[in-house]
Design a protein around this ligand. Sequence first.
Ligand code: BTN
Length: 326
Amino acid sequence: MSLDVQILNALRGARDGAVSGADLSQKLHVSRAAVWARIEDLRSLGYDIEASPHRGYRLLGTPDVLHADDLLSRLGKTKVIGRDIRVFEETTSTNDVIEKLARDGVKEGVVVFAESQTRGRGRLGRKWTSPAKRGLWLSILLRPDLRPQDATRLTVASATALRRAIESQTGLKPDIKWPNDILIYGKKVAGILTEMSAELDHVKYVILGIGVDVNLSQGDFPPELRKVATSLKAELGKPVSRPELAVAVLRELDHDYARIASGQFATVADEWEEHGTTIGQEVTIRTGDRRIRGRAESLGEDGALLLRTEHGHLERIIGGDVTLEK
Ligand code: BTN
């Protein structure tokens, strides 16, 4: 654990809100000058830390920046997701960074955030707008013990986790549109891009790429998206703390990943269906050049959408775009 994580933990855990330099130095086995240097560094990043000769140090406020040590300190212990967190000011796509880490053999659970992405991508080859410091753009490396055909379960679990995190942090009540769009009053606020490397019978690794439009203003979206996309700030009428939301997302994902790993996909699927806008609806699905019309019946055990086509067959859909028929 880095010194910054330990200092932030101590400041957050201080019983009467303050902790003395002497106590910090003793607890962390470093000199008081070293503590002071770290405090000064945190201050330069925007952390509002009061230093009083009598009371010691007090954490009065934190900036809306993503700082790996701060995220680790807020998150505390998790089973898998977030035991290693890395933050970049700018990347092409956080999925690219994770892919490299995956190939280098890094353990599952590592999370990469970027304050901005120059080549953020969405599903079906679309571009994902990722302006600096306005959203959460993150990717997670997983090495699940799953067959490739069951990997969609992870996408379903990510959507339920993301929905819960947004609800707990904002009080908003998001819906899930199959496969994993998070909507508020019918407008998209977050999306998930799952990429996978697999052999015939087992998954090597999965990259979960998550984008949340947190504090974007209307003008941050490309004109063609302004009617169909929104941000948490726009829906709430006030900005949302990105570090707090980031930690809630990681905590909920860790919870749902454990549910999948322990064979509880059915409970995840029930939760997904409870908040999904797709099941029970007449829909058109576009996958590649194909268009399939039918009624979305349920989620299959592998996370696929089971669609009763207009010709009466049951089709298993694992990708594509859904349009609800009015
Ligand atoms: C979608 O709804 O089409 C999925 C959007 C996923 C966007 C995220 S942002 C972080 C990660 N890096 C990317 O390039 N894409 C995902």
